[in-house]
Design a protein around this ligand. Structure first.
Ligand code: UDX
Length: 456
């Protein structure tokens, strides 16, 4: 198949590369020429494990090309995936102006039947607007279909999520569109192209007994599956964080509660980790957009407002924990471990560390910080207002408190006795319940965490 992917961000680049890995001829397009020039030189704009190697191998195989212009890519392709950003407006609703602009440019370039696919996360009914925009700009008057194909990629595991998904969802209005999209995904549906979670490598296996569910539905339902899924995952996180706050008052242990809950197969163990709450480029944006589109359509989805409120308050509760542990923050030196919104990414969009650091700075605290991947991105947020360290021990040296915000494995494996010796005050505030309170007390820390009891 000949495929065009418009937009070379997390979704576009990972989707394009994985389609190429499936044997398709893919052209990835971006309007920012510098991005395309870098990609042609093998410079990847995002940190995503395994992505560099796949870009390089598929470019070398001649299956993956990068273009700065939409026109040629559209003319050469049968299926065009729109994977541009849908950032939140100040009101929380999704900014769909990039989707509209790309739809218009695609329409102007169409010279024969095309399937134009929404891969970006969009509010329900966006497909209708895309169709209308294309109809108004379809200079050649050719036949086309608009379809929806939401992505369920997690940053840090995006390639595995694409090649070994729980399900593939498409929303279509014709058999023709459905057949073409099925062809795009056939190697993944029959798992002849897959991903080994042990070795974290792409695998090509001729015969596979596992099949990936391929859900064919209408465009509205497909669009809604994405918002409803992400909002439910965010709800699950806010729910366990609310339970954690309750546990602190009730003398219970949220980690034990989560184990007891998660063993119920209807609940499941994942996304029940209490902490400082969720961040990232998806959950905050998608929950707000879902809430806004619900209100526009006349349903006040109050539950989503509570999900957002609990998440916002979770950071405030954590910041108060730090203040309560230190009494006076002014002129204190506080070490921050972890700046990315979650491990295995350099992404700091909506990262809890941003609010936490800025709030501590407002009280006059001095900040030292380290993150295994996000240090360059952090400089864009904090410039020279914090001290950038090269490892957790440099952070800990002479600090009045050490605060863990992102649960990188590097922190789980650090030498805690050494950390204890380096600290000025042995105060450890754990925002992700990474450590065991009993162990931390044995070492001598004054340990604080989320929703658990600290042994006296
Ligand atoms: C999410 C969805 O998981 C993915 O399916 C969708 O396509 C994009 O949005 P992502 O934002 O990359 O993926 O990361 P995810 O692993 O879902 O974590 C999101 C946030 O939730 C992170 O800040 C993480 O720290 C937090 N989280 C996650 C918790 O606080 N507790 C949990 O139990 C799980």
């Amino acid at each position: 198949m000949k495929i065009a992917v418009i937009g070379t961000g997390y979704v576009g680049l990972v989707s394009g590369v994985c389609f190429a890995e499936c044997g398709h001829d893919v052209i990835c397009v971006d309007k920012v020429k510098a991005k395309i020039d870098n990609l042609l030189k093998g410079i990847i704009p995002i940190y995503e494990p395994g992505l560099n190697e796949l870009v390089e191998s598929n470019m070398r195989a001649g299956r993956l090309a990068f273009e700065n212009k939409i026109g040629p890519a559209v003319k050469e392709s049968e299926v065009i995936f729109i994977a541009v950003g849908t950032p939140p407006k100040p009101t929380g609703e999704a900014d769909l102006s990039y989707i509209e602009e790309v739809s218009r440019q695609v329409a102007l370039a169409m010279d024969r039947y095309k399937v134009v696919v929404e891969k970006s996360t969009v509010p329900v009914k966006t497909g209708e607007w895309v169709k209308r925009t294309i109809r108004f700009n379809n200079k050649a008057g050719v036949e086309f279909d608009v379809a929806s194909n939401p992505e369920f990629l997690r940053e840090g595991s995006a390639i595995g999520d694409f090649l070994k998904p729980d399900r593939i969802v498409i929303g279509v209005e014709s058999e023709r569109a459905s057949d073409l999209l099925r062809k795009c995904y056939q190697p993944i549906i029959d798992q002849s192209v897959s991903f080994d979670l042990e070795t974290q490598k792409v695998i090509h296996q001729a015969v596979q007994d596992t099949k990936v569910p391929f859900i064919v539905t209408d465009v509205h339902s497909s669009e809604l599956i994405k918002h409803a899924s992400n909002s439910f995952l965010a709800l699950k996180i806010s729910y366990i964080n609310a339970v954690a706050n309750f546990c602190e008052l009730a003398g219970a242990d949220v980690e034990q509660v989560a184990v007891g809950m998660g063993l119920d197969s209807r609940i499941g163990t994942q996304f029940l980790h209490a902490g400082v709450g969720y961040g990232g480029s998806c959950f905050p944006k998608d929950v707000s957009a879902f809430l806004e589109i619900s209100r526009d359509l006349g349903y006040d989805f109050k539950l989503l407002a509570d999900v957002i409120e609990i998440n916002t308050r979770q950071r405030e509760i954590f910041i108060r924990k730090i203040k309560n542990a230190l009494w006076i923050l002014k002129d204190k030196t506080i070490g921050i471990l972890g700046l990315s919104f979650k491990p295995n990414t350099d992404d700091m969009r909506e990262a809890p560390a941003i609010d936490i650091i800025k709030s501590l700075q407002l009280e006059g605290a001095k900040i030292k910080a380290y993150d295994p991947e996000a240090m360059d991105v952090a400089r864009e947020h904090f410039q020279d207002t914090i001290t950038y360290c090269n490892d957790p021990y440099e952070v800990a040296r002479n600090c009045d408190a050490l605060v863990l915000v992102t649960e990188w494995d590097e922190f789980l494996n650090m030498d805690l006795e050494r950390i204890y010796e380096l600290l000025h005050y042995p105060i450890f505030i754990d925002g992700r319940n990474l450590f065991n309170p009993v162990d931390m007390k044995k070492i001598g820390f004054e340990y604080h965490c989320i929703g658990r009891q600290i042994p006296r």
